[in-house]
Design a protein around this ligand. Structure first.
Ligand code: 5GP
Length: 206
């Protein structure tokens, strides 16, 4: 069985990554990695579904036991990707999505060079501010911190192989899926198939 791919999705806070990822899982057959975080749950967020909510001590022990593929500090909290789920799903041939910030994405790429890095953005900054404000889950102070972080992240955007504008949700979701499909068709990603089909043709009765 071929190994699944790792798809890393990052983007400015408020760019709608969460919605894009949810739709990708619903519409196409992706596995979604659930991160661990020390952030407090937002209203409606469920432990084990949206995140594994951890105390700082629990999070540190996950790091100590090599339980995370990567972790990073974002604004005032820690976030990290649990190792076991990702490795098991990929081994089973599933394409796994990580929805993580830029430091984590770079860290993943250095460990998994075949990971596909996709950056999601709004079409402009006023839309970003509007989405963060309309979400109503963050204080003005946190919104400002997230916008400041977006300004920092803009410099890392160029390290991503693919940039997708999330203006219309369905168009954005289909664009992300198309990227993954085209990557899977690259000849360097189908070498076993090529060898196999050549062997079959060579062994045909002449
Ligand atoms: P939020 O608090 O809005 O849920 O997430 C804040 C930021 O943390 C987002 O950019 C999100 O992509 C990122 N994030 C979520 N989980 C992880 C993770 O496991 N690792 C890293 N590096 N970033 C994460």
């Amino acid at each position: 069985m071929s190994k699944g791919k790792l798809i890393v999705i990052s983007g400015f806070s408020g760019a709608g990554k969460g919605t894009v990822v949810k739709k990708l899982v619903e519409k196409y057959d992706y596995s979604l990695s659930i991160s661990a975080t020390t952030r407090q749950p937002r209203e409606g967020e469920v432990d084990g579904k949206d995140y594994y909510f951890k105390s700082e001590a629990e999070f540190r022990s996950l790091i100590d036991y090599n339980g995370l593929i990567e972790w990073a500090q974002y604004v005032d909290n820690f976030y990290g990707t649990p190792r076991k789920f990702v490795e098991e799903e990929m081994a089973a041939g599933k394409n796994v999505i990580l929805e993580i910030e830029v430091q984590g994405a770079m860290n993943v790429k250095s460990q998994y060079p075949n990971a596909i890095l996709i950056f999601i953005t709004t079409k402009d900054v006023p839309t970003l501010r509007e989405r963060l404000t309309n979400r109503g889950t963050e204080t003005q102070d946190v919104i400002n911190k997230r916008l400041a972080r977006a300004a920092e992240e803009a410099t890392s955007m160029e390290s991503y192989e693919f940039i997708v504008v999330n203006d219309d949700l369905d168009t954005c979701v289909d664009a992300v899926n198309s990227i993954v499909v085209s990557e899977s068709c690259k000849k360097e990603n189908v070498t076993e198939f090529l060898i196999d089909i050549k062997n079959q043709l060579e062994s045909l009765d002449k």
